[in-house]
Design a protein around this ligand. Structure first.
Ligand code: ATP
Length: 492
């Protein structure tokens, strides 16, 4: 990470705290590692990101519906899905520093180092050896690679390593009273399984016809071996997932469709497409026949924000087997040869985006420290260039002074606008200072009530990005602001 990027990232983190977007969980007790709380503005921004996703998925697609399934699920679900046996990360400890690492990440860092040093052959060789060891789940081989490539602990600098062990990422807890009969269950590590187990419920009750999708937003929990980079890798996080059920054989077509559709969702926000790239998986998970990540250019490099996975019929077939219930679809429509398809287990294309990563991306993308200095005067401002649809507060309303009936007039405007838009009212400090504060939290519009307003029912409206001000009729405010913050700007 270059110093510059490192600094930007640090500034975003402290800005997020200073203005009430994100706090460390249980901060007064020194925090809980990789767990965060969203503050008063963070909660609004998060809700707006969710709304954008939900509207574009559910409201804009006649064949996609949304559900809200429970976090707790029958323990067999995670047996069937493969998470009990396979949702592991290989971990290793340094005996001197007592620091814990993911063995694969240590090796990946080494591969990056080789590449940077122009040792491409060595990089490729290590990559292949690591892939093979991971595939074979050979922990001894992973450790041997760490030793062979002389990887040292970044903290202690020593190569005094423990064995590599598999570590399951699922949190478990006791379900029911502690006495006899209580059962160990898991906090879901992904929301997808709640969709799979409800496949038939939704299909039947909603009379859904293939192809169709089921969407959901909800919490997921993973006991990550190492958590880092703020809300990038958390132990409690939120996912926005959609499973799209298709005819077998049409999975490739739909995989390509969702790849494009999901990138469009991102770039519609105005982000330059150069900030995004696809990373197609070469090594596929056991259930997938195609997979790609949408990666964003974070200050710490291109990293995954969203995954698009062609999951075949793996999950539904597994649940059929473990539950003993048929999870099939009767396709009454005819195929090209004029034959009915009959019963089959649908194939699934999944789109899965981390809400918290999307939040971080949005903050980083919007954050700008602007130099406004002129020959006469040094000046600057911190700005969150959030899309108006996502901005936590749409309008700030200021009386120019605290007297002469201006506050009353401003309150009157606020009371009318707050029905449609999230507004704030502020009368403290000079106007310039009030503008700066709204710039820092991304408020697209500031409305100032002055003495002229009392005479002719006009106000000035100031635009965040251009800082331009115009005089408008109070009666026009609602329509003017409404047009700029309308979801139409993103969804149409
Ligand atoms: P990674 O490789 O970064 O661990 P993953 O491939 O395990 O991610 P998926 O299982 O595909 O991630 O989950 C889908 C999405 O959920 C990811 O694209 C990411 O945005 C989000 N996500 C996954 N793990 C976390 C986490 N620990 N904290 C925050 N978001 C996460």
């Amino acid at each position: 990470m270059s110093k510059n990027n490192d600094e930007i990232f640090k500034n975003v983190i402290s800005h997020a705290k200073e203005y009430g977007f994100v706090f460390q969980s249980s901060e007064i007790y020194d925090g809980l590692s990789a767990v965060y709380d969203y503050g008063q503005l963070g909660a609004e921004l998060k809700n707006n990101i969710k709304a954008y996703w939900w509207k574009s998925m559910v409201q804009m697609h006649e064949n996609i519906v949304g559900i809200d399934s429970a976090i707790f699920m029958h323990p067999k679900v995670w047996k069937a899905s493969g998470h009990v046996d396979g949702f592991n990360d290989p971990m290793i400890d340094n005996k001197d520093s007592k620091k814990r690492y993911r063995a694969d990440q240590l090796l990946e860092d080494k591969i990056t180092r080789y590449e940077k040093d122009g040792k491409t052959d060595k990089a490729n060789q290590l990559q292949e050896a690591m892939d093979n060891a991971l595939k074979a789940e050979d922990m001894t081989a992973l450790r041997d690679l760490i030793v062979e490539h002389e990887i040292a602990c970044p903290v202690s600098g020593t190569r005094n390593w423990t064995d590599v062990r598999q570590f399951n990422l699922m949190f478990s807890t006791q379900f029911g009273a502690m006495a006899e009969g209580s059962e160990e269950i898991y906090l879901r590590p992904e929301t997808a399984q709640g969709i799979f187990v409800n496949f038939l419920n939704v299909q039947k009750s909603g009379r859904m016809k293939i192809p169709f999708g089921i969407a959901q937003i909800g919490k997921a929990f993973r006991n990550e071996v190492i958590a880092r980079q703020f809300i990038m890798r958390m132990r409690e996080f939120e996912q926005m997932e959609m499973q799209f059920f298709v005819r077998p054989g049409e999975d490739k077509k739909w995989f390509d469709y969702w790849k494009i559709a999901r990138l469009k969702w991102h770039t519609a926000l105005g982000t330059s497409s150069e900030k995004y790239r696809f990373h197609d998986h070469v090594k596929l998970a056991h259930y997938a026949n195609a997979a790609t990540d949408i990666e964003f250019d974070f200050p710490f490099g291109f990293k995954e924000v969203e995954g698009i996975h062609s999951r075949t019929d793996f999950d539904l077939t597994q649940h059929q087997e473990f539950s003993g219930k048929k999870l099939q679809y009767f396709d009454s429509e005819l195929n090209e040869e004029g034959k009915p398809y009959g019963n089959y287990v649908p194939y699934v294309i999944e789109t899965s985006i981390g809400l918290d990563r999307m939040f971080l991306l949005t903050m980083i993308n919007a954050f700008e420290e602007q130099d406004l200095s002129t020959a006469e005067k040094k000046d600057s401002r911190t700005l969150l260039r959030l899309h108006p649809c996502l901005a936590p507060i749409k309008v700030a309303i200021f009386p120019l002074t605290k007297k002469d009936g201006l506050p009353e007039k401003a309150r009157e405007i606020m009371n009318s606008l707050k029905i449609d838009f999230n507004c704030v009212y502020e009368e403290k400090d000079a106007i310039g200072k009030r503008y700066r504060r709204q710039d820092a939290i991304g408020t697209p519009f500031c409305v100032t009530v002055d003495h002229q307003s009392l005479e002719d029912d006009t106000v000035t409206i100031r635009h965040r990005d251009s800082m331009e001000q115009e005089r408008v009729a109070i009666a026009d405010l609602e329509q003017m602001i409404g047009k700029r913050v309308s979801w139409r700007n993103l969804l149409a």
